[in-house]
Ligand binder design. Structure first.
Ligand SMILES: Nc1ncnc2c1ncn2[C@@H]1O[C@H](COP(=O)(O)OP(=O)(O)O)[C@@H](O)[C@H]1O
Ligand SMILES: [Mg+2]
Length: 113
């Protein structure tokens, strides 16, 4: 729920707060499910006068070998629905995965006001 409060304080409307907290919760669920532990960092950002929120999800788990596959609707290596990552991509304006990473996963997502 804290993500909603942070989003609200930046100026996001209730429906956008909901989108952001859903994305944060999916990223957090993936960390717990696939890596066991990791870090979720939320912060307000500003670029050329435009405000937004950035969420960085980082873990040292097995990593995602094929991001295009992982982003496919209904693709899951567990018994999940496989809608987490594609959902996050739709809910946020920017979705970045660090491809140079050899261990673990780092996903950065942003949404602008
Ligand atoms: N942090 C992570 N570490 C390793 N693999 C991950 C991570 N997050 C997602 N994945 C991989 O991407 C797939 C798709 O993720 P997602 O769309 O959230 O669906 P689901 O969690 O329901 O399987 C997962 O099944 C898993 O193989
Ligand atoms: Mg998931």
């Amino acid at each position: 729920m804290e993500s909603r409060i942070i989003a609200k304080s930046i100026g996001f409307k209730p429906n956008e707060q909901c989108m952001i907290s859903t994305a944060v919760s999916e990223l957090g669920t993936n960390i717990v499910r696939y890596a066991g532990e990791g870090e979720l960092i939320l912060k307000p950002i500003i670029k050329r006068g435009k405000k937004g929120i950035e969420v960085v999800a980082e873990d040292n788990g097995p990593g995602i070998k094929d991001i295009n596959l992982a982003l496919k609707e209904n693709y899951s290596t567990s018994k999940g629905l496989g809608v987490g990552l594609p959902g996050i991509k739709r809910l946020m304006h920017e979705f970045l995965m660090d491809p140079s990473r050899t261990k673990g996963t780092k996903i950065t997502v942003r949404r602008w006001l």
